[in-house]
Design a protein around this ligand. Structure first.
Ligand code: CA
Ligand code: CA
Length: 189
């Protein structure tokens, strides 16, 4: 089945997905075509291997962690609705966004935070920060430099002195960054 034959009405849960994600009908259709292209054996859902076919995630230093978000709660596959919902966090922001929207700043921050907080205790520990920094800048610096950068990053963000970064501290520390623009993927444009 080629892209030409994909009719919008054939997309499962299309209305719900549009409401949940804020994607337009055209965007949902485009994502669905992408989903189908990744779903090589046409089972209607994607495995981790399938998602590794997204070039932008394959080259992203924390791409594996992003891919894991599609497979929470021990699931081994992701259906189209989950696929669209996760990708909605990367939808570029155009114009005013309601705070409940999946691509609001708060929602994007929560998404980013969980990529760090792998044990889900609500805090980024020093060790968790080190892991992410190693993935992002690892090969360009020595272990010693990496330890220093980690200490500095944690200290700068850690306001209550527990040597970990809470969500509030995280949000505060990236206050000046343009998260809305940074967290967007070309695949959605
Ligand atoms: Ca943690
Ligand atoms: Ca803290």
């Amino acid at each position: 089945m080629g892209a030409q034959n994909s009719q919008p009405f054939a997309i499962p849960d299309q209305e719900e997905i549009m409401t949940e994600t804020g994607f337009s009908q055209a965007s949902v259709l485009r994502l669905y075509q992408r989903f189908q292209a990744l779903d090589k054996d046409e089972k209607g859902y994607l495995s981790k291997d399938d998602l590794e076919g997204i070039g932008e995630l394959a080259v992203n230093p924390i791409g594996d962690r992003i891919i894991n978000v599609f497979f929470q709660d021990g699931r081994e596959t992701t259906d189209f609705r989950t696929f669209a919902r996760v990708l909605a966090h990367f939808r570029p922001v155009e114009g005013p966004v309601s705070s409940e929207s999946v691509n609001s700043r708060l929602s994007k921050l929560k998404f980013a935070f969980q990529l760090y907080d792998q044990d889900k205790d609500g805090k980024i520990s020093r060790a968790e920060m080190l892991q992410v920094l190693r993935m992002m800048i690892g090969i360009q610096v020595t272990d010693e430099q990496l330890e220093c950068i980690t200490d500095r990053t944690v200290q700068e963000a850690d306001k209550d002195g527990d040597n970990a970064i809470s969500f509030e501290e995280f949000a505060k520390s990236v206050e000046k960054l343009n998260i809305e623009q940074k967290m967007s993927l070309r695949i959605l444009k």
